[in-house]
Design a protein around this ligand. Sequence first.
Ligand SMILES: [Ca+2]
Ligand SMILES: [Ca+2]
Length: 489
Amino acid sequence: MSTSKSSKSIHSDAIANREFDNYYEIFVYSFCDSDDDGVGDFQGVETKLPYIKEMGYTGIWLMPICLSPSYHKYDVQDYMSVDPHYGTMRDFEHLVDEAHKLGIKVILDLVLNHTSDKHRWFLEAVKDAERGNKQGKYYNYYNFSDYNEAGYSTVGNSELFYEAQFYGGMPDLNLDNPEVRDELDKVIKFWLSKGVDGFRLDACTNFYTGDTVKSAQFVGWVKATCNKYKADTFIVGESWTTSGNIAEFYRGGGDSFFYFPMAKDDGYINQTLYADNPSDYFYHAMVELVDIAQGHIPAPFLDNHDTPRIAGVFKRDSAMIKFGYGLLNTLNGNVFTYYGDEIGMVSFYNDPDKRIGMLWDSNQKRKIAPPGVSKQEYVFGGVKQQQADANSILNYYKACNHMRLNYPAIALGEQQRVDYPDKQVLIVQKRYKQQEVVVVINFATQSKAVRWTKGGDLVVSLTVDGHKISMDNGVIDMPRNSIALIKLK
Ligand SMILES: [Ca+2]
Ligand SMILES: [Ca+2]
């Protein structure tokens, strides 16, 4: 891996003016443990902000931080608190302030579809239900039924049922109830007043299960609510569904939705590596991503805390891991990266395995392990070791992130394919404002001499094995699985 221009400097002007972000998803529990009690915390994240900035991430998404009976905290017990395992509210506010000083935005995971069954509202609702008080205030915060329907659970030993699409410990809120909307309005206002820059909305397809239009409108309501309290918030929805449904979500008024068809083993990026005609296949994905977003912000990614880690999908092959991330970073929009992927962390069988401790140093004695971990293994070494290796996965990730920051046309530009008579080579021109760049991709596992007669400067070379890209006399000499960025103007 090498870059022909220094990728070290992110110009502060560029941060102030940037219209897109490189987001980094953090599970606070497993990221960095400042007091060595076995659980990561806000102060731990704060100590790693300079690392996050240096890597070229300009925003962090914190998985849920509110008081919760679970380790993952997707079942909220009190929306206006922080879980004491992670620290105090003061610690959180300090983290947000320090992030902002470094030009890093902070968005929070907001779980509005359901609460914990330990939430006060649900405890009161169950009392109402058991008394048969169907007019009760809290009874109507949830969706009770006399019939056991799909996605419903039983109240105690009664013959009453409540909607819980995930499991009984996560009762779905009645989002049609104006009183519930008022409560959630207060929650949104509360966190925006703490300085956060937006939210990742959990479980968007379940807001109104089976009704994408209503679910999308609810996301639009969240965005409108944010607008009441703060300008320039960013809302990204978990839309684990088809491209058609994601298009429907974009019509509801949210800013951005995760593009699941790009991610995972069956997603476009991994499938590109096996396609007969990778250039056609991948260009189709580049265009579809933008078309589906309909002028809003695409949100491509490879994996997250719910999916197998991408290093395993790419068969623990460092060349494939690098190239896959390189392809991701040629796409428009706000790219999301799951913590630990930059060192090639792998996952195994269950959810906790996908959320193990970040490895800061191969020699660190204590490795964070969330409850229920079945297997914990680190294949490519820790951050410290990979920082020292110019050809590490980490340094490739860093080069990709800085490429996006230095050339906004990649994230924001209009795309146009340049014809080329080799299906293993894709050439795409991207134009944004005064900037014009050309992305050249060699999908082949052997080197290619690519004809290029339109000139420009070779400004970024992303290679997987330490070989360099060169451009001379109308030919770009591209090693296997390499990506070149040429700046026209
Ligand atoms: Ca701790
Ligand atoms: Ca729901």
